[in-house]
Ligand binder design. Sequence first.
Ligand SMILES: Cc1cc2nc3c(=O)[nH]c(=O)nc-3n(C[C@H](O)[C@H](O)[C@H](O)COP(=O)(O)O)c2cc1C
Ligand code: SF4
Ligand code: SF4
Length: 266
Amino acid sequence: MKIHSLKLVCFSPTGTTKAIIQGIARGINQSTVELIDITSPDARKQPLQTSDKELLVVGVPVYMGRVPALLMEWLHAIKARNTPAVCIVVYGNRVYDDALLELKDIMTKRGCIPIACAAYIGEHSFSSSETPTAEGRPDARDLNHAELFGREINEKLLSVSSVDHISDINIPGNYPNGGITKLWSVDFIAIGDECTQCGVCAEGCPVGAINSKNSNLIDTEKCITCCACIKNCPQNARTMKTGLVKDAAMRLNKLYKERKEPIFFL
Ligand SMILES: Cc1cc2nc3c(=O)[nH]c(=O)nc-3n(C[C@H](O)[C@H](O)[C@H](O)COP(=O)(O)O)c2cc1C
Ligand code: SF4
Ligand code: SF4
């Protein structure tokens, strides 16, 4: 079957999911591509509708083994009409648990026909130079893998005459899905004197948890501990305080040193 355009959807506070999605898109090599980045709260105000003439690629990071709970409202509002879809989760070299199965099920319920699914590895959100976990990933090897996967998706699309001929993809996992949907509500960010109040962190916070006039003020009830503000600060003014998140960063660094590789299901 022939598709007329490619829609790429990603939620990606620290950019690893976006990089993978774009790698896959290079392999699919469609001339009409629309990137729908739902990382900002404003972007999640726009609902998504798709048709059977488009290919939809949806990528989300794994949070506590699950699809991030804050995306549920937006994902459940998608209106797809027999749209072939590629489901992607990106995780920080620990586990992706049932997140891929969960994403596939959500997209199916919204009217998509999953044609391919995959789990990739990205630098862990909690990773830092002192406690690196999957540092620098996705790297060239991962992006090459993503591009080859994109080509395989293309071949699969060409091999079927319509979405009715796409058979169900078996994703390993459990019902009810494992993992945890409730994230920590924790005051874990220290702000140093280097801060110039440039506003970059407030602008990039996916849940609007940082006060735009005073970056020292963080709403810990809203914060999802994504660490985008720490990683994107041009002054490196934001660091992790001692506590729950820093302890997790140290644990991850100790336990998940061994490189995991991407896996796909076609
Ligand atoms: C709250 C939270 C929970 C996470 N849970 C997991 C997890 O269960 N397993 C894992 O391997 N990585 C986990 N990660 C790491 C992210 O999945 C990983 O770093 C991903 O590449 C981040 O995507 P992004 O760069 O698009 O934001 C978690 C990160 C955060 C912030
Ligand atoms: S990005 Fe860094 S320098 Fe800019 S306001 Fe935030 S903490 Fe301060
Ligand atoms: S304040 Fe929290 S949610 Fe916002 S960017 Fe920083 S870590 Fe992420």
